[in-house]
Design a protein around this ligand. Structure first.
Ligand SMILES: *Cc1c(COP(=O)(O)O)cnc(C)c1O
Length: 395
């Protein structure tokens, strides 16, 4: 992997034909340090947001010691790139074979569940192990989040009493976990979920050793500027301190997006222009899945040495495949004189962007390069600056 300073410098030097992924190790390191130093508990990195081996190693080096994995492939991946990490298998529906291999071959001791059947499966697969930390996932609202995670997983609050009592009998340490949905736009998402946790603890009378508030911590995108991350941490800490949990209990979180959104961006080339539509060389089947399928907006910048003198106007993008659905509505604001041959940087694609690329229709990505310039926006720049929003640049 060669080193370049900036997106513009790289586009000028290489004139790449394929889309190029840019990685910014310093940005991921800054996010990790922020969580390690300021979250009032332990931070598990949710690997699915971006499973890049380099990122996993870098987060480990930056103090992230625990990883939230959901498949055996993720278990093996983290074992290879951060061998001493603690792995937490937080998918509530696992194959019995996967639990067995995770427990016996990879040293996994933390599992989540949301039914009595899954609990039985874990007991069978681990042959009645007595050293398990078992986290019961409770269903909470996704009302404050941009992407819901409320339908698929999580025990109904009414079933929590029975499930907590049964799990307590098997677990060495008992946890309760939840996920408020991805890109939670207000800290109340967590305080409301903590109320359900409180009710479940009070209702069952069990001793709880771990409260895991899951992921959902936001990043910053056009039209989605969340409050400061510390406002989330403060709200979670206050709610946690109010819970009737054991004296030695632990608070955990599972950030995916918030740790890696700033890590990657993409350089694409404009191959054709039709009015306000730009045909670019990456799209829905590449790193722009969310831009196409959930209408997510990402920041963009035209990479030209001489800045355009025309005003910005809204564009939509077509990706390179022959599929009509390979379309990103945006709007993406770019100078009105954009033309074929121009390069565009699309920012904030480190989470659920680069991770979701396919090779459909023969379009794959080109090279990956480390750069040292700043990401297009950051939630982790100097917080003492009164004008935090002034750090959230170029959106
Ligand atoms: C996806 C996921 C996460 C990460 O969510 P973000 O919104 O990216 O922070 C954390 N925990 C679990 C169980 C998940 O499925």
């Amino acid at each position: 992997m060669s080193k370049h300073h900036s997106a513009l410098g790289l586009a000028n030097a290489l004139r790449p034909v394929q889309p190029v992924t840019l990685t910014r190790p310093h940005a991921a390191q800054r996010a990790a340090r922020f969580f390690v130093e300021k979250f009032p508990g332990k931070s598990l990195y949710a690997v699915k947001a971006n499973p890049s081996p380099a990122l996993i190693a870098l987060l480990w080096d930056s103090g992230i010691t625990h990883f939230d994995v959901a498949s055996l492939t993720e278990v093996r991946l983290v074992r290879e790139n951060a061998p001493e990490a603690t792995l937490c298998f937080m998918h509530p529906v696992k194959a019995e074979e996967a639990i067995r291999e995770a427990y016996f071959e990879h040293g996994v001791r933390v599992f989540s569940l949301d039914t009595a059947e899954e609990l039985e499966k874990i007991v069978r697969a681990t042959e009645g192990a007595t050293d398990l930390t078992l986290c019961v996932r409770i269903r909470v609202s996704s009302d404050h989040s941009k992407l819901s995670l409320a339908s698929k997983f999580g025990a109904d609050p009414a079933d929590m009493k029975q499930l907590l009592i049964e799990t307590r009998q098997v677990a060495d340490a008992l946890g309760i976990c939840f996920h408020v949905g991805s890109q939670a736009m207000t800290p109340s998402a967590y305080t409301e979920a903590m109320e359900r946790v409180r009710a479940a603890i009070v209702g069952s009378g069990v001793t709880v050793d771990v409260v895991d508030v899951g992921g959902g911590f936001p990043s910053v995108y056009p039209g989605m500027e969340p409050p400061a991350m510390t406002a989330y941490f403060d709200a979670i800490q206050r709610a946690y301190e109010d819970l009737p949990v054991s004296y030695s209990s632990e608070l955990w979180c599972e950030p995916g997006r918030a740790l890696c959104a700033e890590y990657s961006s993409l350089i694409v080339r404009v191959e054709k222009r039709r009015g306000a539509e730009l045909y670019i060389n990456d799209g829905a089947y590449g790193a722009l899945f969310d831009a196409a399928h959930v209408g997510w907006r990402f920041p963009v910048a035209l990479l030209r040495t001489e800045e355009s003198e025309t005003k910005d106007m809204p564009f939509s993008f077509y990706g390179p495949t022959c599929d009509d659905m390979d379309h990103m509505a945006g709007p993406f604001l770019l100078p009105a004189d954009v033309q074929p041959g121009d390069y565009i940087e699309i920012g904030m694609l480190g989470a659920y962007g680069c991770a979701m690329r396919t090779g459909f229709n023969g379009f794959t990505n080109g090279a990956t390069y480390d750069v040292s310039d700043e990401p297009m926006a950051s939630l982790y720049l100097d917080e003492t600056d009164d004008q935090l929003s002034s750090n959230v640049v170029k959106l």
